[in-house]
Design a binder for this molecule. Structure first.
Ligand code: GDP
Ligand code: MG
Length: 419
């Protein structure tokens, strides 16, 4: 049985053990029901970090602008699986009930934490997210977003390049990197504009792109002259200075339709990269993250209402957490992608594929589309190869440990019934 199956059975047994406690039963039933719901992603961050803007960018429409918390169901699309987005109260809110944000995070399966430069408040919040025995055993559900990334690069059209350099630097800073899976820069306002751009806005941008460059920049910076034109003023407030600069530059460079401009804006604002990270770390592994949430829920019951009938469940929960290969895979995925763990060039890509970095199903992992016997043969071949790497004295100790994680992924596939 894999982790989600083992978790399901553990929770079902807990339901029996707590049959006479309505509170525990409700709580456990709630967690079992969550298993089949879409992944819940909480968007957290300090006040003004761009939480609502990013929720809108991911939702593809302006859904978040009121008081938090709010929840938005985002149906599946070609470039994004189904999600529930939670817009949360600011982490730095003064006088806020300190437990409320923690409760919201307990309701979520994964967290997208927005920040400009990391402050102590951000680090301590991220520590809180992992401050639970189950969470500590599996700190695999947070992504940090360097939000308002255009400002990190002074609003220039190439601002995202500077922001990516900043992200690379933070990835090497052990504390922050250790608290999240990855660090991704996004210019949320331009991304939101890209996802919701209208034909009329495209026309306004096209007209601006026709203004000679030397004239446009002073025009943009002179709020009075620009704001005198209603369509331009509206454009500036929706796209921001960076968004307008970027969009006009793209149109000048030959992007000639609303749809093409929308696609380019998502790319250049970093939203495409963020969606890829959400897919790779979260939605592709939704069942593992759901299991993680359910185990945290179970742990809460076992602590709040300890009883002899539940003692074996405590032991099994501990054993499950210590041995869950699914969590080890997610940590290794992040470590390889961010450069915290290394493998020789030729091996890294194959390792990423085998641990599910390019899709969680066996054909994607094995790179074989064929029927079951071929899949099993490929799994056995990969298993033999990676066993050799894991014992190869030419590789360093850390590399051999990484290879051992791949070995376990191959073993799981080679032994899976029905594959
Ligand atoms: N320059 C820039 N401004 C942004 C960006 N995202 C949001 N903002 C602005 O920052 C302010 C706060 O954004 P909001 O999404 O309401 O932040 P929240 O308080 O975290 O929900 C608004 O004026 C936004 O227009 C961004 O990517 N770049
Ligand atoms: Mg907000």
């Amino acid at each position: 049985m894999n982790l989600p199956e083992l978790t399901w059975s553990l929770l079902s047994r807990a339901l029996d053990a707590y049959a006479d406690s309505p509170r525990a039963t409700n709580w456990l039933r709630g967690h079992l029901a969550r298993f089949t719901e879409p992944l819940r992603l909480a968007v957290t961050g300090p006040h003004g970090s761009g939480r609502s803007t990013l929720v809108n960018a991911l939702a593809g429409e302006v859904v978040a602008n009121g008081p938090e918390p709010t929840r938005h169901h985002v149906p599946a699309s070609r470039s994004q699986p189904e999600l529930t987005l939670i817009d949360t109260p600011p982490v730095d809110a003064e006088g806020a009930d300190p437990g409320s944000l923690e409760r919201i995070c307990l309701e979520a399966d994964a967290v997208l934490h927005l920040m400009g430069h990391p402050h102590n408040a951000d680090l301590s919040f991220l520590r809180t997210v992992q401050d639970h025995p189950v969470a500590r055993a599996a700190p695999v559900n947070a992504l940090v977003v360097l939000s308002r990334a255009d400002e990190l690069g002074g609003g220039r059209v190439d601002a995202l390049i500077s922001a990516r350099q900043v992200a690379r630097r933070y990835r090497r800073e052990t504390e922050l990197a250790g608290l999240c899976q990855d660090i991704v820069p996004v210019a949320g306002l331009a991304a939101q504009a890209g996802r919701t751009i209208t034909e009329a806005e495209f026309e306004t941008i096209a007209a601006l792109a026709a203004v000679p460059k030397a004239e446009l920049e002073p025009l943009l910076l002179s709020a009075d002259r620009f704001a005198a034109d209603e369509a331009r003023a509206a454009l500036l407030s929706r796209f921001g200075l960076f968004g307008v600069r970027l969009a006009t530059t793209l149109v000048r460079g030959g992007v000639d339709s609303q749809a093409a401009l929308a696609a380019q804006l998502l790319q250049r604002a970093g939203l495409s990269e963020l969606r890829d990270a959400i897919t790779r770390y979260f939605t592709d592994r939704a069942r593992v993250l759901k299991a993680r949430s359910a185990l945290i829920g179970l742990d809460v019951v076992l602590r709040m209402e300890p009883r002899p009938a539940a003692a074996p469940l405590v032991t099994e929960l501990e054993r499950l957490l210590a041995g869950a290969h699914e969590f080890a895979e997610l940590r290794m995925l992040a470590a390889l992608n961010t450069g915290r763990a290394r493998l020789p060039d030729g091996l890294k890509d194959e390792a990423l594929r085998l641990i599910g970095g390019y899709g969680d199903d066996p054909p994607s992992r094995l790179g074989v589309a064929g029927p079951e016997p071929q899949l099993r043969q490929a799994a056995l071949g990969a298993l033999r190869l990676w066993q050799e790497y894991a014992e190869n004295p030419v590789l360093g100790a850390a590399e051999r440990r990484a290879a051992l994680t791949v070995v376990r992924s191959c073993e799981a596939m080679a032994m899976a019934p029905g594959l």
